[in-house]
Structure formats: structure tokens, C-alpha cells
Design a protein around this ligand. Structure first.
Ligand SMILES: [Ca+2]
Ligand SMILES: [Ca+2]
Ligand SMILES: [Ca+2]
Length: 137
């Protein structure tokens, strides 16, 4: 059975949501495949990043591709936020995304991005989907 490999590659920090003089933003996020968390950071253990930084993820999962089933799909979703205390006006939420891939779009094989922007936080989540042909093994 053919398989799909979904790789969350990186997050571009277009604006970290903590402007001068606050320094780096405390970025936390959750990225999921079919509602299962694949890579995440918590508000208590954020990734510190400034505007222009790239957060390297390189987390991938291989899953069975539901063959030729027009009703089958995989869902790629996630959200990104930036932690602030109440003095800074509470946590910034860039928002969330949800992408559906199925037979109709070739299982989304290729590169994808989701730009999320809100509360002054602006990021772009990058992921790729590849097929792995195991039929010939
Ligand atoms: Ca902030
Ligand atoms: Ca900053
Ligand atoms: Ca902050």
C-alpha cells in the first residue's frame, strides 16, 4: 500500500508580536495530522524568537494512504500563539488553519504553507507531503 509522509518543516516568524523594547516573543504552537499532535510547544516552554527568525521543526510522520477512496482524507491543522502576561495585554493569537487533502487533490503532494496573522503576531507554517512507493519492495 502506498504511504504518505507529512513533514512539518519550519515556521517563519514574520512578526513575533513583541515589539521593542520587549525583545523576543515566546512562541508556542500545536501542529497536528488528523487531530493528532505531531509537534508542539507550550506557553510554559515556548520557543523564543524575534521577527525574521525561522523556527526549525523537521518533524515527520508516515501514514498509510487510503487507496482510491473518494471519501477518505487527511487533515493538517494547527495554531500559533505568543505568550504575554496581562501587563502586555494578554497572549497574542495568530490564529489557526485546517487543510484537507484527499484523492481529489492528489493527497496534497507538494509543499504547503499557512500564513497566520492576528494580535500583532504574524507567522507562516510550512509543511510538505510526499508519497513513498513501497509497492516495489
Ligand atoms: Ca506580544
Ligand atoms: Ca520582537
Ligand atoms: Ca511576549
Amino acid at each position: 500500500m502506498p504511504t504518505l509522509t507529512v513533514s512539518f518543516t519550519h515556521i517563519d516568524v514574520n512578526d513575533d508580536g513583541d515589539n521593542w523594547p520587549n525583545g523576543e516573543g515566546e512562541i508556542f504552537y500545536d501542529l497536528l495530522i488528523s487531530d493528532q499532535s505531531i509537534v508542539s510547544r507550550s506557553a510554559e516552554n515556548p520557543h523564543d524568537a524575534d521577527t525574521g527568525d525561522v523556527i526549525i521543526l523537521n518533524q515527520q510522520r508516515t501514514l498509510n494512504r487510503p487507496d482510491n477512496d473518494p471519501n477518505a482524507f487527511i487533515k493538517i491543522s494547527g495554531w500559533v500563539s505568543e505568550d504575554d502576561d496581562f501587563l502586555s495585554g494578554a497572549t497574542d493569537n495568530a490564529g489557526s488553519f485546517e487543510h484537507i487533502h484527499n484523492l481529489g487533490n492528489g493527497w496534497g503532494v507538494g509543499t504547503h504553507e499557512a500564513r497566520l496573522s492576528g494580535d500583532g503576531l504574524d507567522v507562516t507554517v510550512h509543511y510538505t507531503i510526499n508519497t513513498v512507493a513501497v509497492d516495489n519492495l
